[in-house]
Design a protein around this ligand. Structure first.
Ligand code: HEM
Length: 342
């Protein structure tokens, strides 16, 4: 029996840190260093705090009368995180001073190395502060959202075993039994992409998008909106509106089959849209697609009991499953050879 939320977190954080710094902080061989422990502590605190909305951000009067505790904890956490990131930058700076040729050693540069190289040619723009900010963006905006999507998707599949079978058959058909799924095959797996889109339609990680602000007075749908107003878009309502979706409460991955994206009329936009739309959409679709695809390809999945997986969500600004998903899995005999060769 596996705690899927924890496993998805570890997977996504490892993937992000490998991109950022070429390091893994979770897993049997990488978990023991002091650095890894510190990173994990910071992440636990980050996700605890990110599930505690700061009312003062949304109800201005609370800024003056409300408790300042969350803000204080956020500031302290930020200092800790910044210190950790700066140490990573210094470590890479030292290594690059000795040898700036990681690419010639047969590996690609990680994000810190790329940004430190750019710092040499454009020091005014690529300051350490900018590098730390970019590292944080990947960790903060990219982790929770991807983990939530994976957890909801697998929960839906456990409650819909026929869809799970169909997904497995699609992968077996395209990949055979001697190759593990990789990024380049995702384009050939429409049903898997349909599962991810349908999950993002029913359980969008940002159900109200990010708060936006009107830059000037305007009228929208007959409503006058003064400039400087904080605006939320009720994305969940749009993506589950019975006027524009057939059986919106039903999980039907095939509805995305013929009409990729279905962005027309803004019916479906789990990554937002326009200038402030999510810049991580491509990365997110790859990470979620690969994780889900490999799990479906390599294992048989089952609920832990007879009853359906509980799909209740936790109240808050992001769409998190209330209870973490636990699931039973068994390696598929046909995949033993491929897995043993990894
Ligand atoms: C399934 C995964 C993801 C979903 C559903 C998602 C969704 C969103 C949404 C709805 C927004 C707000 C858009 C708006 O208000 O118009 C957003 C913003 C953003 N996302 Fe994502 N995201 C995901 C993964 C990622 C990843 C992997 C990264 C980076 C590596 C990322 C980076 C960002 C950033 C930086 C913003 C702010 C953009 C801005 O304000 O200009 N996201 N995302």
């Amino acid at each position: 029996m596996v705690d899927m939320r924890q496993s998805f977190f570890e997977l996504v954080l490892n993937a992000m840190m490998r991109m950022i710094a070429g390091k893994r902080y979770y897993g049997e061989t990488d978990a023991d260093s002091e650095e890894a422990k510190r990173f994990r502590e910071i992440q636990v605190e980050t996700f605890t705090l990110s599930n505690t909305p700061n009312l003062g951000d949304f109800i201005p009067i609370m800024k003056w009368i409300g408790p300042k505790r969350t803000e204080k904890r956020l500031t302290e956490l930020h200092m800790k995180r910044d210190g950790f990131m700066q140490n990573l930058i210094e470590e890479h700076r030292k290594t690059l001073a000795i040898d700036d040729s990681s690419e010639t050693q047969g590996r690609k540069k990680n994000m810190i190395e790329v940004l430190l190289s750019l710092q040499k040619t454009e020091p005014e723009y690529y300051k350490d502060e900018m590098i730390r900010a970019l590292m944080l963006v990947l960790l903060l905006a990219g982790t929770d959202s991807s983990v939530n999507t994976m957890e909801w998707a697998l929960s839906l599949l456990l409650n819909h075993p026929k869809a799970l079978q169909k997904a497995q058959a699609e992968i077996d058909n395209i990949m055979g039994q001697n190759r593990l799924i990789n990024e380049s095959y995702l384009a050939h797996l429409p049903y898997i992409r349909g599962i991810i889109s349908e999950t993002l339609r029913m359980y969008p990680p940002g159900p109200l998008l990010m708060p936006h602000e009107s830059s000037q007075d305007c009228t929208v749908g007959g409503y006058w909106v003064p400039g400087g107003t904080m605006l939320f878009v009720n994305l969940w309502a749009m993506q589950n509106d019975p006027k524009t979706w057939v059986d919106p409460g039903e999980f039907k991955p095939e509805r995305f089959g013929s009409c990729e994206g279905m962005r027309d009329g803004f019916r479906f936009m789990p990554f937002g849209t326009g200038r402030r739309g999510c810049p991580g959409e491509g990365l997110a679709m790859s990470i979620v697609g690969l994780a889900l695809g490999s799990l479906i390809q390599c294992f048989e999945w089952e609920k832990i009991g007879e009853e359906m997986v509980d799909m209740k969500e936790r109240s808050g600004l992001n769409f998190t499953k209330d209870q973490p998903l636990y699931a039973k899995c068994r390696l598929r005999p046909s995949m033993v050879k491929v897995i043993s060769e990894i």
